[in-house]
Design a protein around this ligand. Structure first.
Ligand code: AMP
Ligand code: MG
Length: 416
C-alpha cells in the first residue's frame, strides 16, 4: 500500500514559514548614489535642507509686487536681472526684476509674470517693462520646501532603490548610501537530461536530452534582486555528486538554490543529500504550477546556509521562485513589504475546470483592458511565461467566466 499523501501546504503558510527564517544579512555596503540602483537602503535618510532651498521662479519672466500691478498695462522700470544660480537683491518697490526659471525670487516680490504676458519696452532688458496681465499673489513661484521640508525623513531603511529614489537622495545632498550587502547565492541545476546551450548544437542532442532553461531565468531573476550569483552548473543525478556540490556551495553562500530533483522519484537526490548535511523540509505546496518545494539549512563553520529546492518543470520553477524565493531574498536585504500587489481585472476568457490547488494562470492584457489566457497552461510550457504579462491568482475550486473579476499579479511585481 502507498503511504498516505501528506496534506498540501497552503502557499501563504509556506511563505510565512520561509520568511520566518529570513533573518536580514549582517553588514552593509557603502556605495555611491550613482551605483545604488536596485540596492536596498540600510539607513534612514532625512534632509538637512529644504528642497527647493528657497522660493524660486517656475517661469522665465518678471518678478513683481502685486501691489504695483493692479491693472493690466502697468509699466515698471526693471531694476535687476536674476538668472538661475544667482541670488539677486531685495526688490525695490515700484520696480520689476527680470527673472529666469529656477532663479530665487527676490525678497519683497510676491508673484512672477511669464514673459509672454510682458513687453520689454525700448527693446532693452533692463529698461522698462509693460505688464499686460494682473498677477495673483504667489503665481509661478515654487515654494521653498515644497518637495521636501528640512528634517523630513525622505527614504526609509529597507527601501528598494529605483531611479526616482536615487534622484531624491541626490536632491538632499547624499552622494553615497549605505545599502544591504548583496546576498551570495549558489545556483545549480540537477538532472542528467540537461545540456547547456552552446555545449551541444541542437542537431547533435542525444535522445532524451533537453537544454537547461531554468538556469537562465533563475540567474537573471537573482541578479535583478541584487544577488551575487555563483553558478555551479549542472550536478549529475548521483547522491555523492549532489552532496559534494552542496557542501562546497554551503561554505561561502547565504542561499543555495537548486532546480529539479525535489519530487519523490528515485532519481531525486536532493532530499537525501541535504539531509546528509543538514536539515530539510520537503513541502507539497497547494499551488499550480508548483507543488514540490524544499527548504533546508546546511550548517557550516559559522552559522548555516539556507537551502531552497525548486521543482524542475520550467514554469513551476519560475513561479515558485517569483512567489517564494523572491520575497525571501528581498527580506534577507531588509525589505519589509515583500508581497506582490494584485489588482482586480476583468477576465476575457473561460477557465471551465476548477482545480483543488490555487492556480497561477499565465495571462496578458488585451487592448480592451481585459485579460486573455495563454492557450497552454502546462507547467512545462515556458512560452506561457514569455507570452504573458502576469498571472491570475485563482483560488482553489474556482472556475472563471468571461466578464468575471479576477486578481491579477503583473510580472513587474514578480520579476523586478
Ligand atoms: P524534476 O523536478 O527533476 O523531476 O524535473 C521535472 C521536469 O522538469 C523534467 O521534465 C525535467 O526534465 C525538467 N527540468 C528539470 N530541470 C530543468 C532545467 N534546468 N531546465 C529545463 N527543464 C528542466
Ligand atoms: Mg530531475
Amino acid at each position: 500500500m502507498r503511504p498516505p499523501m501528506k496534506p498540501l501546504k497552503p502557499l501563504d503558510e509556506a511563505l510565512a514559514d520561509l520568511l520566518g527564517h529570513a533573518v536580514p544579512l549582517a553588514g552593509a555596503d557603502t556605495v555611491t548614489t550613482f551605483d545604488a540602483d536596485g540596492r536596498v537602503l540600510a539607513q534612514e535618510c532625512s534632509s538637512v535642507l529644504h528642497v527647493p532651498p528657497q522660493d524660486n521662479s517656475s517661469m522665465d519672466g518678471y518678478a513683481v509686487r502685486c501691489a504695483d500691478v493692479t491693472a493690466s498695462g502697468a509699466e515698471l522700470p526693471v531694476s535687476q536681472r536674476i538668472a538661475a544660480g544667482s541670488a539677486g537683491a531685495p526688490l525695490q518697490p515700484g520696480t520689476a526684476a527680470r527673472i529666469f526659471t529656477g532663479a530665487p525670487v527676490p525678497e519683497g516680490a510676491d508673484a512672477v509674470l511669464m514673459q509672454e504676458d510682458c513687453e520689454a519696452l525700448d527693446g532693452l532688458e533692463e529698461g522698462r517693462v509693460r505688464i499686460n496681465a494682473v498677477p495673483r499673489p504667489g503665481q509661478w513661484i515654487r515654494r521653498a520646501g515644497e518637495d521636501i521640508t528640512r528634517g523630513a525623513v525622505v527614504l526609509q531603511a529597507g527601501t528598494r532603490l529605483t531611479p526616482a529614489e536615487l534622484g531624491l537622495a541626490a536632491s538632499i545632498g547624499l552622494h553615497q548610501l549605505q545599502v544591504a550587502r548583496r546576498p551570495r547565492v549558489a545556483l545549480f541545476s540537477t538532472g542528467d537530461e540537461l545540456v547547456m546551450p552552446g555545449d551541444v548544437p541542437p542537431e547533435q542532442m542525444r535522445p532524451g536530452a533537453i537544454y537547461n532553461s531554468n538556469r537562465f531565468f533563475l540567474r537573471a531573476m537573482l541578479l535583478r534582486l541584487g544577488c551575487e550569483v555563483t553558478d555551479f552548473g549542472i550536478v549529475p543525478d548521483r547522491r555523492d555528486a549532489t552532496i559534494d556540490a552542496l557542501r562546497q556551495a554551503g561554505a561561502a553562500h547565504d542561499l543555495i538554490l537548486t532546480s529539479g530533483g525535489v519530487s519523490v522519484g528515485e532519481e531525486d537526490h536532493i532530499k537525501p543529500a541535504v539531509q546528509a548535511l543538514g536539515t530539510l523540509d520537503l513541502w507539497q505546496i497547494a499551488m499550480k504550477p508548483g507543488k514540490p518545494f524544499a527548504y533546508g539549512q546546511i550548517p557550516r563553520e559559522k552559522g548555516s546556509a539556507h537551502f531552497m529546492g525548486l521543482p524542475g518543470n520550467p514554469v513551476s520553477s519560475f513561479l515558485t521562485f517569483a512567489l517564494l524565493v523572491r520575497p525571501f531574498v528581498l527580506r534577507l536585504q531588509g525589505v519589509q513589504d515583500v508581497a506582490p500587489q494584485s489588482i482586480a481585472v476583468r477576465a476575457d476568457f473561460t477557465w471551465p475546470k476548477a482545480d483543488k490547488r490555487r492556480e497561477f494562470l499565465r495571462v496578458r492584457h488585451n487592448a480592451m483592458g481585459g485579460l486573455d489566457l495563454f492557450n497552454n497552461q502546462s507547467s512545462g510550457v515556458l512560452t506561457s511565461a514569455a507570452w504573458g504579462d502576469g498571472v491570475v491568482d485563482n483560488p482553489a475550486g474556482q472556475t472563471i467566466e468571461p466578464g468575471d473579476t479576477v486578481q491579477f499579479i503583473a510580472f513587474s511585481e514578480l520579476l523586478s
